[in-house]
Design a protein around this ligand. Structure first.
Ligand SMILES: Nc1nc2c(ncn2[C@@H]2O[C@H](COP(=O)(O)OP(=O)(O)OP(=O)(O)O)[C@@H](O)[C@H]2O)c(=O)[nH]1
Ligand SMILES: [Mg+2]
Length: 324
């Protein structure tokens, strides 16, 4: 199961406590204060990695604490600073810090700090004054910062494949890339997004959408957010549908209800599985799609006709290269 949504409660480390110690050396009967300061608590970083499964480590553990700094030591020695905590997140994650009402978009690999560990406390040596040569005072370490983070994955893909269940989305992804997505002659074969690389572009295949998807029907709505960042949408309509125009419009309506901006996204409309109908029917269905899409260009495709797959691929790359 792809984990694409988690809430974590996270604490940076507290500072180590300062201590009360006394100098004890041969020949010096009453040594002065020698309690060291505590070390700093661990900071918390997010580490952005290129792995869409990165959130799986949080499935069974949602509370994370960085370590405390070490307590101060005798002979005025400072306690050690604690190690920092690194929490991995996938490229494309959007992280919301509820405490600070702050959002981070993880658009490149690397680390960034989100919570600071507490400072170490002071040892009694720090309290020595001209009038108080034997201070018993010390301070505890500061608390580390803490926050609750809502983390959501939005895939960063160039192309999103959309359409009704069974339109042939995963099959097309497999024909173009080595994604090896599961294919089936039934609806909702795809249960979570598949990614594949086509030349230098990333294609995302999501579960099929149905009417009502934007309100939560079927599976697709949960994954609609993954296409919000794509540059191009490839909208597949299977030639097996009687009313292809209506199918096209239904999916467009769902997209619009989810996010109106998706309707302005660059789009390639594909009449898929054209091997299942004859030439005359193909022409009629292309016409119907042209009408429904207000005269957009319609690409026809069958996975059993290599030429059509190649033409589609070439057109896609051209569009992507041109829209950069
Ligand atoms: N005849 C024919 N069948 C195809 C073609 N492309 C895909 N199929 C078949 O259509 C069925 C559905 O294909 P999928 O790729 O799983 O469809 P999908 O759109 O990913 O479906 P969901 O994951 O359920 O949304 C499978 O049985 C495929 O073999 C095609 O060009 N021609
Ligand atoms: Mg599929």
């Amino acid at each position: 199961m792809l984990i694409d949504n988690v809430t974590l409660k996270v604490k940076a480390g507290a500072g180590g406590t300062g201590v009360v110690r006394w100098r004890r050396e041969k020949g010096i009967p009453y040594g002065g204060p020698a309690g060291g300061d505590g070390g700093k608590g661990g900071d918390v970083y997010f580490r952005v990695i290129r792995d869409i499964q990165a959130l799986s480590v949080y499935k069974h553990k949602q509370e994370w604490d960085a370590k405390e700094g070490e307590a101060g030591q005798k002979r005025s020695m400072h306690g050690g600073n604690a190690e920092d905590l690194y929490l991995q997140v996938p490229l494309g994650a959007v992280i919301y810090n509820r405490e600070y009402d702050k959002t981070y978009e993880c658009l490149e690999e690397g680390d960034f700090v989100v919570l600071r560990g507490g400072k170490g406390g002071l040892g009694n040596e720090q309290f020595k004054t001209a009038t108080n040569r034997a201070p018993e005072e010390f301070t505890k370490g500061e608390r580390g910062e803490f926050a609750t983070f809502d983390i959501e994955l939005k895939l960063i893909a160039d192309v999103g494949l959309i359409g009704l269940p069974n339109a042939g989305k995963s099959s097309l992804l497999n024909a173009l890339t080595r994604a090896g997505a599961k294919i089936g002659d039934y609806a909702f074969t795809t249960l979570e997004p598949n990614l594949g690389a086509y030349f230098s572009y990333v294609l995302a295949d999501i579960p099929g959408l149905i009417e009502g998807a934007s309100e939560g029907k079927g599976l697709g709505h949960k994954f609609l957010r993954h296409i919000t960042r794509t540059r191009v949408l490839v909208h597949l309509v299977s030639a097996e549908n009687e009313e292809v125009g209506k199918v096209y419009t239904t999916i467009r309506e769902e997209l619009g209800k989810y996010d109106a901006e998706l309707l302005n996204r660059e789009e390639i409309i594909v009449l898929s599985k054209i091997d299942t109908i004859n030439e005359k029917e193909i022409k009629a269905k292309v016409k119907e799609l042209e009408k429904a899409s207000k005269n957009k260009n319609i690409v026809t495709l069958s996975l059993y006709e290599d030429k059509t797959v190649k033409e589609f691929g070439d057109g896609l790359v051209q569009l992507l290269a041109g829209s950069q």
